[in-house]
Design a protein around this ligand. Structure first.
Ligand SMILES: Nc1ncnc2c1ncn2[C@@H]1O[C@H](COP(=O)(O)OP(=O)(O)OP(=O)(O)O)[C@@H](O)[C@H]1O
Length: 339
């Protein structure tokens, strides 16, 4: 089932499944019936622990999963067209122009033997009919817009000559060069120092708002979600377990996993001396969804009813969906911190 937005969605992911065929014939399911939408200009977070399927979901949307031994099912509708059925060449043409992606590690995403300027102009010239000189002028302007100082000099530099923060800014310049309709960011600040993280997130927020670009923000950091996202999808073991507006999610989490995630991070409004409550166990303590709620082994509220093969993502409120047999009630209203 799909979580809804009021305007026609830009991206409408329906019942996405990704299965990897392992050596010896065993298939593992990484994404298991994921559905969500992103409206034009909307910033949607995908949050969850390591291994929950966030990156595989984004790579499936971008068409960047390895084709060998990978089975992708469902639909990825971009402005109504199913990307999964488009010819490979057409998908490649859309990457950079309609959809772009920023990865976690800028050093492995940038080409080390090409100047930063050349990597920006390459994208501009691939998708636009412009001269080399105009592309260079535009590249300098883009580097300036992403906050790279002295951009006219920096265009001639190689990635290793830039700091980590500057490299990530260069990568953002490349991703936004053709003003894509959708930008997918996969943990874009994890590899950066904490002070630089905030600057890069603020830059992303400003740029997508200015360009009207929608953003899918993949993160395990609820602080990033609180500061940036309009709506949030919480993933666990390859499925969306809760989908809600940001305010609603922080004020009244309904899934016991989301509740646990929120209880395990420090909050400014917690009383002094209040202890954080970690979620017991690890994501490895999982039951297959076909037999039960995958979170059941780690859940403090588990009962026999959680052994239930058809646990649907159910509507709690308009635009708030939860996959849980014992969802939490509605606690106190949102604090200023999360508005
Ligand atoms: N190419 C692949 N072949 C086989 N299994 C894979 C492949 N890529 C990912 N997986 C598996 O798919 C599952 C989901 O991985 P994914 O990278 O999407 O998780 P994630 O939520 O993004 O975690 P992280 O935050 O650590 O990146 C994991 O169990 C992972 O081992």
């Amino acid at each position: 089932m799909s979580t809804s937005t009021t305007t026609a969605p830009l991206l409408d992911v329906r019942d996405l499944t990704v299965t990897f065929q392992r050596k010896g014939g065993r298939a593992t399911s990484a994404v298991d019936g994921v559905s969500f939408t992103i409206a034009p200009g909307e910033v949607v977070g995908v949050v969850g622990e390591s291994g929950s399927g966030k990156s595989v979901t984004s790579l499936a949307v971008m068409g960047l999963l390895p084709t060998r031994a990978t089975r992708v099912g469902g639909q990825v509708l971009f402005e109504g067209r199913d990307l999964l059925t488009l010819p490979t060449a057409e998908r490649a043409r859309m990457r950079g122009r309609e959809l772009a992606m920023v990865f976690q590690d800028p050093m492995s995403s940038l080409n080390p033997v090409l100047t930063v300027g050349l990597q920006v102009t390459e994208v501009l010239r691939r998708h636009n009919d412009i001269s080399a000189a105009d592309a260079r002028t535009e590249a300098v302007d883009l580097l300036r817009r992403v906050g790279i100082p002295d951009p006219a000099r920096r265009v001639g530099e190689y990635p290793h000559q830039l700091s980590g923060g500057m490299r990530q800014r260069a990568l953002i310049a490349i991703a936004l060069a053709c003003k894509p309709r959708l930008l997918i960011c996969d943990e874009p600040t994890t590899a950066l120092d904490v002070t630089i993280q905030a600057q890069v997130l603020e830059l992303l927020r400003e740029l997508v708002a200015e360009m009207g670009t929608a953003m899918m923000m993949i993160t395990h950091d609820l602080g990033v979600v609180a500061g940036l996202c309009d709506r949030v999808n919480v993933m666990y073991a390859g499925r969306v377990v809760e989908a809600a507006g940001r305010q609603e999610l922080f004020a009244a989490p309904r899934h016991r996993y989301t509740e646990g995630l929120l209880a395990s991070i420090p909050r400014l409004d917690s009383p002094r001396g209040d202890r954080l409550t970690p979620i017991p166990g690890t994501p490895r303590d999982t039951i297959g969804w076909d037999r039960a709620c995958a979170f059941a082994p780690r859940c403090r509220h588990v009962t026999d009813a959680c052994i239930h093969p058809d646990l649907e993502l159910a509507e709690m409120d308009p635009d708030h969906h939860v996959r849980c047999v014992h969802p939490a009630g509605r606690p106190e209203p949102a604090t200023e911190e999360h508005r």
